[in-house]
Design a protein around this ligand. Structure first.
Ligand SMILES: Cc1ncc(COP(=O)(O)O)c(C=O)c1O
Length: 344
């Protein structure tokens, strides 16, 4: 396996927090090592820096080994940390395929890493010949969300596999919306494509955006690299407890909600497809869908006037006059349909 880590991190010594130095049996000891408030008070102690309980639950749930998993404060944090750990500013490059999730570009700019943008085709699929031409020996990270945000569609499996073969760096497949899609997750690709890293999140189908938990699954050498840039206590006890409980007790309910959201998506689409100002409704495998209208700013404002906030996606390449609409509750969706039907 290639070593993708940045040069200066190769021998970087990770900060040893108090609880990292001493975790074994910490509950039974007199802990005078972390300058905490010692009194019996909720959350007076630092959280487990190794997140052992949650990690073992996720490993069992997703059938991965502990050294193939990395956890952080939302996928957003992992995107930043991937760049920090693996991309040399001014030397290496990040590849993205707009229209895509906006964070990739912002994070690349934050870390002053050059960006190579290869737009999707008109049908929002990967432009494989253009990608092949754009890949360079110093292409280090490629971020591909599937299903894609903001367009909502999945990319062809064969294209993603070809990209994994062609790409000399780490191919990050961002599965933020994978639970809404009928295709199986790319998690099972690990053995064949060790340069593929899969991102998943608790923010979408799992319904825990406020708890902030992102997961990266990948080869242990890549995970070791991420641990080099991990903050000592990057996940708090509230999140660790809430997510453990969610994995243990709420998965049947999550499946029901996913079925309901998918059904609602189809219901909304069927209810609005004949409206004259809606030019196209793009097919979606996610908990949102994108439409092209006659005038996105006008329609966005009209919806706002009716207290409905959607996302105006028209600043993205290939998305002129497009709005991205998330699936709400049944009554919110009824209201959306009602308002969309009254707009002139
Ligand atoms: C494709 C994609 N990846 C990641 C995220 C962010 O995930 P998190 O809430 O885990 O930071 C989003 C949020 O909209 C997204 O659309």
């Amino acid at each position: 396996m290639k070593n993708y880590l940045r040069k200066h991190l190769q021998n970087h010594a990770i900060y040893q927090s108090a609880r990292q130095e001493f975790t074994e049996g910490a509950k039974e000891m007199i802990l005078l090592d972390a300058n905490e408030n010692p009194f019996d008070w909720p959350y007076n102690r630092y959280p487990d820096p190794m997140q052992q309980k949650l990690r073992s639950k996720i490993c069992e749930w997703r059938q991965v080994k502990p050294d193939e998993l990395y956890l952080a404060n939302g996928s957003d944090e992992i995107i930043n940390q991937l760049i920090l750990a693996f991309c040399e500013p001014g030397e290496e490059e990040i590849l993205i395929c707009p229209p895509t999730f906006g964070m990739y570009k912002v994070a690349a700019q934050l870390y002053q890493v050059d960006l190579c943008e290869v737009p999707l085709t008109k049908t929002f699929q990967l432009d494989m010949p253009a990608l092949e031409a754009a890949i360079k020996p110093h292409s280090k990270l490629c971020f591909i969300p599937t299903p894609n945000n903001p367009t909502g569609n999945r990319f062809a499996t064969e294209d993603l596999q070809q990209l994994a073969r062609l790409f000399p760096g780490i191919l990050v497949i961002d599965e933020a919306y994978a639970e809404f899609s009928p295709e199986v997750s790319t998690l099972s690709w690990q053995a064949e494509y060790p340069n593929v890293l899969v991102l998943q999140t608790f923010s979408k189908a799992q319904g825990m955006a406020g708890a902030r938990l992102g997961m990266a699954f990948g080869h242990k050498t890549i995970m070791e690299g991420l641990h080099k840039v991990k903050g000592p206590y990057n996940l708090n006890d509230l999140t660790l407890d809430a997510v453990c409980d969610q994995i243990e007790n709420q998965q049947d309910r999550v499946k029901e909600m996913v079925v309901l959201m998918t059904r609602e998506r189809e219901r909304i689409v069927a209810a609005i497809e004949d409206l004259p100002y809606i030019k196209t409704i793009f097919p979606s495998d996610a908990n949102f869908f994108m439409i092209r209208v006659d005038d996105s700013q006008l329609r966005y404002q009209q919806l706002l006037d009716h207290s409905i906030v959607v996302r105006n996606a028209s600043k993205n390449i290939l998305c002129d006059n497009c709005l991205r609409i998330s699936i709400g509750t049944v009554s919110e969706n009824n209201q959306l349909i009602k308002v969309l039907r009254t707009l002139l």
